[in-house]
Design a protein around this ligand. Sequence first.
Ligand code: AMP
Length: 285
Amino acid sequence: MRTLRTAAEVRAALAGPRREGRSIGFVATMGALHAGHVSLIERARAESDEVVVSLFVNPAQFDDPADLERYPRDEAADAAVAAEAGADLLFAPGAGDLYPDGFSTTVHVAGRVTEVLEGRERGSAHFDGVATVVAKLLNVVAPDATYFGQKDAQQLAVVRKLVRDLDLPVLVESSPIVRDADGLALSSRNALLADADRPRALALRRGLLAARSAAEAGERDAGVLVAAATAAMREAGVEPEYLAVVDPDTFEDVSPLAGDVLVAVAARVGGVRLIDNDLLTLGEP
Ligand code: AMP
C-alpha cells in the first residue's frame, strides 16, 4: 500500500488502473480505524480491483474545537490497519492540501436531511463540511463505488442526496453497524470514554432495542417508540440529546410507522458524544 498526500498524486496513481478498466472502490475515513472501518475496506476489496482509503480529520465538519483537538490521530497505526484490510492506496492529505489558501467553496445539501438531529445539534456547518469534503474526495478519487457505514445514517443520507443531486457517477453502498461484543457501536470516540462510563454508553443500544421490541410487538406510533426508548436510556442513567423515528432517506418524521424507518439517537456519556441507530422494516402489525 502506498501513502499519497496530494490530489495530483492520487490522480496520477489511478490513471493507469483506470485506463486498464480496473474498478475503483473508495472508503473515506477520519482515521482511528477500527473493525467498522475495516468492514468497509474489506467490502471495497471484495468488490473492486483497486481500493483507495482516505484518512483526513476534516476540520470543516467539527462544530466543537475541543472535539477536533482531542480526536484520536495515529497515521502509522491506521496505515497498518488499512493495508491489512486490503487497501492499495492511502490518501492522507494535510489540511493545506485539501483546503489551500483562498479555498472558498461550500457544498450545501438543503432540506430536512441536513437540518434535523445531527444538523440541529451540531449546526449547519457540520453537514456543509461533510458534503464539501466528500464532494472533493469523490472528485479526486473518481471511484466506481464508495462505501459508507450505516453507523452515520444521516451522513449516509446526505451523501446519497449529494451524489443524486450533482449526478456524481458513483455508486454509494452502505454497510451495517459493527458493534463490540456488548453491543456498543464501534466509534473512534469510544477510545475517549473513561472505563467508569463505558457501561453507561450501552444506554443508547438499550434504548434502540426497547424501540425495536415495541415495534415488533405491533406498536406503530412513533411517540410510543420514542417514549419506550427514552425510558430505557434513563434507566441506564443517560439522557438522550435526541431520539427520533424518521424516514431513512429524507429524515422526515414518520407516524404511523410503516416500511423502512430509522430510529436514531445521540447522547453524551461522560462528556463524549455518541450516536447510534437502528433500521426497522415494519410490516403489518
Ligand atoms: P469516520 O472515520 O468516523 O468518519 O467513519 C468513516 C466511515 O466508517 C463512515 O462511513 C462511517 O459511517 C463508518 N463507520 C464508523 N463506525 C462504524 C461502525 N461501527 N460500523 C460500520 N461503519 C462504521
